[in-house]
Design a protein around this ligand. Structure first.
Ligand code: GLN
Length: 305
């Protein structure tokens, strides 16, 4: 009965989000993302019991973008443990996700692994010995295993379109490299980073892929539980950049957004949730995705507070 109530809520939520007037703006700085239809909305929830509930455009693929930073962090943390924190901080950021000024202020040590500078370091750390298939074999294995779906792939057109216009990320990478905080050459790293961001998933696949963070027994082989908890803490503090406080206040559980309009949210012990709507708010986070998670949190009482 509880499942049916939740399913009914999700269907109603989808209808409300589809009708919403104010939807935000799709990301324009990545050419391939600028043409995505802003009227879409989807949500998928994986529960500890193994059930999955979905509504709306939950089977429509989208570009996960910065949500990929959660998976690269999981691999880098699994490889290096706490040594990783010598190269990247675990503090919230007061600046936008691709800020240059903050990196210089911090002497080349990014505030956290979710701002772009931090993600570049994390990807570099994940890859110390880049393997053959473009460097991302290990990440793709991880994501596919976590989701239980071998079909997950990279949209090479999105990757190429971002790489061609990645001026800001190049400037961050060159600065990091000048500080000795990158091992790879910037061009190679940026190619890999853009491909990692161009992983395409739908809400159902993404919700499944997030289960290893929710502390479900079935996923414990992917990352040790203490490290999964650390990632949740960072998602709460920094997963929505300088909008993280707002997200924590209104939603009340960890989440990681991407400029494709997706959000992966984790309710420890209860659920892994993926929501997607391409229109973004002023912080570059999905406007309706955030609103939907707030309503879901109020309905279920899932706030960790
Ligand atoms: N690929 C994007 C970038 O580096 C990811 C940013 C995001 O999703 N917030 O700019």
């Amino acid at each position: 009965a509880a499942l049916e109530t939740l399913q009914g809520f999700l269907v109603g939520l989808d209808a409300r989000m589809k009708r919403a007037h104010k939807r935000g703006r799709v990301a324009h700085y990545i050419p391939q993302l600028a043409s995505v239809d802003v009227h879409q909305f989807g949500i998928s929830v994986c529960l500890a019991s193994g059930e999955r509930l979905s509504a709306g455009d939950a089977a429509t693929p989208f570009s996960i973008q910065s949500i990929s930073k959660v998976f690269s962090l999981a691999i880098a943390l699994g490889r290096h443990g706490d040594r990783l924190w010598k190269r990247v901080g675990k503090e919230p950021s007061n600046y936008t996700f691709n800020s240059v000024i903050e990196l210089e202020q911090e002497g080349g040590k990014p505030r956290n692994p979710f701002v772009n500078a931090g993600a570049l370091v994390t990807t570099d750390a994940m890859l110390d010995a880049p393997d053959a298939g473009g460097g991302l074999d290990r990440l793709m294995d991880f994501v596919r295993t976590a989701a239980g779906d071998d079909r997950i792939s990279i949209d090479e057109q999105v990757a190429a379109s971002e790489y061609r216009t990645a001026y800001r990320n190049f400037s961050l990478a060159y600065f990091l490299r000048s500080c000795g905080n990158l091992h790879m050459e910037c061009e190679r790293l940026l190619q890999i980073y853009c491909r990692q961001c161009a992983i395409t998933m739908n809400c159902e696949q993404l919700a499944s892929a997030g289960r290893f963070l929710a502390g479900f027994d079935s996923a414990a082989h992917l990352l040790n539980p203490a490290q999964a908890r650390s990632i949740n803490a960072l998602m709460l503090l920094a997963g929505h950049y300088d909008g993280s406080g707002d997200f924590a206040y209104s939603v009340g559980f960890p989440g990681k957004s991407g400029v494709g309009g997706g959000i992966l949210a984790v309710v420890p012990g209860h659920a892994s949730i993926a929501v997607w709507s391409p229109g973004l708010n002023a912080f570059g986070n999905s406007l309706l995705g955030t609103r939907a998670l707030q309503e879901l949190s109020e309905f279920t009482g899932w706030s960790v507070f």
